[in-house]
Design a protein around this ligand. Structure first.
Ligand code: PSU
Ligand code: MN
Length: 304
């Protein structure tokens, strides 16, 4: 595996000593946000993880390997290249690694690398899911398949609001992926605390979540867990306002024939433009909030 996986020194030491580590994805840097906010956010997220007692491990495909724990220069490189970096999900990994092409990892591929490295907790913004209109487009994020089989807990602000939340929950249920709400019974919708959907179970403390993860994986109930952490009340956007703008962005994407892996980055940047940057500001805040909870869960999990 060494040939394909490179952990930095700090992450190696932490994992060997059973110290808490939090995995972080890089598609959110290259494709999820514009430069320089993407780089600044990624660095601040690492700082928040540290402040809360865990070691951050931002993950990407660089120099023909999964790199676990990036340097500031590597994060800047991904931020500056932006959509010029390949968005790498499960199917893209062997091509990029064997050809030595750089890739930014999605939720799915970050889970894969985290599992290889021995990291159990991962923080991101929002997971991919079933797109609206998937009954004809078949656009279902590979994130969901990964959650079905890979033992990593994903802390997020729910399912990205541009998706069909109801269908995504059905998919997760079918595949046995638990959706937990942190201090909430309602599934958050990324930019908002409200969604109109319920989570499976509400848990109110990182230690309870750690117990949940131990129980699941000790019994070999393989697969991930979605830990939905609502955006802080003072940072959330208005639900109806967001739904209107998302609807406009989706209409635009359909008109332009945007599909496949371009769909999510297009919609996120269109929504940002339509909301005059408000969606980006709340996206950044919710990621910070998730980094903190992920670190707290990693700390709880590292205590026997
Ligand atoms: N969450 C964000 N911004 C993002 C993403 C998630 O706040 O850019 C990325 C993640 O990497 C996720 C991907 O895995 O979008 C989903 O893309 P797709 O729908 O093409 O699978
Ligand atoms: Mn897709």
């Amino acid at each position: 595996m060494k040939k394909y996986l490179a952990l930095n020194e700090e992450v190696t030491r932490a994992i060997q000593a059973n110290q808490p580590v939090v995995a972080l994805e890089s598609t959110i840097i290259s494709h999820g946000m514009p430069f320089p906010q993407n780089m600044e956010t990624a660095l601040k997220v690492e700082e928040i993880v540290r402040k809360n007692g865990a070691v951050p491990a931002t993950i990407a495909i660089l120099d023909g390997k999964f790199k676990v724990g990036l340097s500031t220069d590597e994060i800047r490189h991904l931020g500056q290249k932006g959509q010029g970096v390949v968005k790498a999900s499960r199917r893209d990994i062997p091509y990029l690694i064997s050809q030595g092409i750089d890739g930014a990892t999605t939720v799915a591929s970050t889970m894969i690398a985290a599992k290889m490295a021995g990291i159990k907790v991962f923080a991101t913004g929002g997971i991919g899911g079933v797109h609206r209109g998937a009954e004809t487009s078949f656009d279902v994020s590979a994130d969901l398949q990964e959650l079905a089989k890979t033992n990593v807990a994903v802390v997020c602000a729910g399912i990205k609001a541009i998706l069909d939340l109801g269908l995504t929950l059905e998919y997760l249920e079918t595949h046995g992926v638990p959706v937990l709400g942190y201090k909430t019974k309602e599934l958050p919708a990324f930019y908002t605390q409200k969604s109109g959907f319920e989570v499976d179970y509400q848990l109110n403390h990182p230690t309870e979540i750690a117990d949940f993860l131990r129980a699941k994986w000790s019994m070999n109930l393989d697969g991930g867990v979605v830990i939905a952490n609502p955006i802080p009340k003072e940072k959330e956007l208005n639900y109806d306002y967001m739904m209107e703008n998302i609807e406009l962005a989706i209409q635009e994407a359909n008109k332009l024939g945007i599909k496949g892996k371009e769909s999510t980055p297009f919609l996120l940047s269109k929504v940002k433009a339509l909301t005059e940057g408000k969606s980006l500001a709340s996206n950044i805040e919710l990621v910070y909030n998730n980094a903190q909870l992920a670190a707290e869960i990693a700390v709880a999990l590292s205590k026997a």
